[in-house]
Design a protein around this ligand. Structure first.
Ligand SMILES: NC(=O)c1ccc[n+]([C@@H]2O[C@H](COP(=O)([O-])OP(=O)(O)OC[C@H]3O[C@@H](n4cnc5c(N)ncnc54)[C@H](OP(=O)(O)O)[C@@H]3O)[C@@H](O)[C@H]2O)c1
Length: 333
């Protein structure tokens, strides 16, 4: 399966826009993993997502954040959307900022979701993105120094001012989602979900989104690309973030690589690609699920979008369900 015959659509939140069921994560376009920075190719990928969705009468969800590339990612997305802003549903995030790496913050990422920062941060994102409204403004992480009500209240003011259309959360607990929802509707929750990262299935967050009319946006649905079988884990360079992740080291990797094999076997059997099988499993977790795989290559967006038309049969579901979540975990700021 290499192209999509039809593009299923899913809605953002209860009353938000319809989008193609597979979105596009832009983080890798400014060097998160070991890819060559290729802005023309990245912009072509965003344009491909627009064209594929438009052909099906819809728009793609494009996901970025002020954090990515220390704001360079939003600038790249802004350049890609010049003259085409209305052809996408645009999502960005606030609450994680880039800082010099230190012993305390080795990833060079700090949480900052103080309410007094929110309006300035949103206006700076709007400028970088070259737009006057953000469709989905997401809290990247809850700031432990700030009650979520205060951050969320400041974000809700942006909706009242017309700068933002809907609000989303990322990596929250059910209790945090409840507290935010009591102040302003939670349109989406973005958390890691893949065959290797199943916490949202177990901690009630995925179920909470279904019960409250919110979308669930799985990030890293391809296991940071590794579930596709296209990454040689042993050869990851030190400047590739994945080389830091415990799940790709030593004995943990020996165990975790079994899932890569199962995905490859099912892909062969279903005449699909491994990426499509990994995404189809995520999409099958609920009608509210809209994965945002990251790619910097137009042809891979086509491939990933086609996963929305792939039906996993019982044998595939059983084989994939019996793989286990990754041991060794991941690293989250
Ligand atoms: N909320 C959060 O805290 C958070 C955290 C992490 C990520 N995110 C969001 O989630 C998005 C996706 O996550 P992610 O980029 O970490 O991981 P991912 O989507 O699991 O994997 C991305 C990697 O897979 C490769 N890839 C994509 N399609 C492929 C295909 N069909 N075949 C083979 N390889 C393929 C990409 O390489 P190429 O570019 O070379 O195709 C890239 O290296 C990000 O862009 C970001 O928007 C959010």
């Amino acid at each position: 399966m290499t192209s999509n015959d039809s593009v299923p659509r899913r809605r953002i939140g209860q009353d938000g826009p319809l989008v193609a069921a597979v979105g596009l994560g832009c983080m890798g376009m400014t060097r998160a993993y070991e890819t060559d920075d290729d802005e023309p190719r990245s912009i072509a990928t965003i344009h491909r997502a627009i064209e594929r969705a438009a052909a099906a009468g819809t728009r793609p969800l494009i996901d970025t954040a002020e954090l990515y590339g220390a704001t360079a990612n939003e600038q790249l997305v802004g350049r890609a959307l010049t003259g085409r802003r209305d052809e996408v549903v645009l999502a960005t995030k606030v609450g994680l900022v880039s800082v010099p790496p230190s012993a305390e913050l080795p990833l060079g990422i700090a949480r900052d979701a103080r309410p007094e920062r929110i309006a300035d941060a949103a206006e700076a994102s709007l400028r970088r993105l070259g737009t006057d409204v953000i469709d989905l403004y997401q809290l990247h992480r809850v700031d432990p120094a700030v009650p979520i009500e205060e951050t969320w209240g400041a974000m809700a003011e942006l909706v009242a001012r017309g700068l933002v259309r809907q609000l989303g959360l990322s990596e929250v607990t059910v209790q945090e989602a409840e507290r935010a929802h009591a102040i302003h509707p939670v349109a989406s929750i973005q958390s890691e979900l893949s065959l290797w990262s199943r916490e949202p299935l177990e901690d009630g967050v995925l179920a909470w989104t279904a019960e409250h009319g919110a979308s669930f946006l799985p990030y890293s649905p391809l296991g940071r690309g590794v579930l596709t079988g296209a990454v040689d884990v042993a050869a990851l360079g030190q400047d590739d973030f994945r080389s830091l992740l415990p799940r790709f080291q030593g004995e943990a990797w020996e165990q975790n690589r079994q899932a890569v094999q199962v995905v490859a076997e099912q892909a062969r059997r279903l005449e699909a690609t491994p990426a499509q099988v990994a995404l189809a499993w995520v999409l099958a977790q609920g009608e509210q699920v809209i994965p945002i795989p990251g790619t910097t290559r137009p042809a891979r967006y086509d491939e990933n979008l086609a996963a929305a038309a792939l039906r996993l049969d019982d044998e595939a579901r059983a084989a994939l369900d019996t793989t286990t979540a990754a041991v060794g975990g991941t690293v989250s700021p």
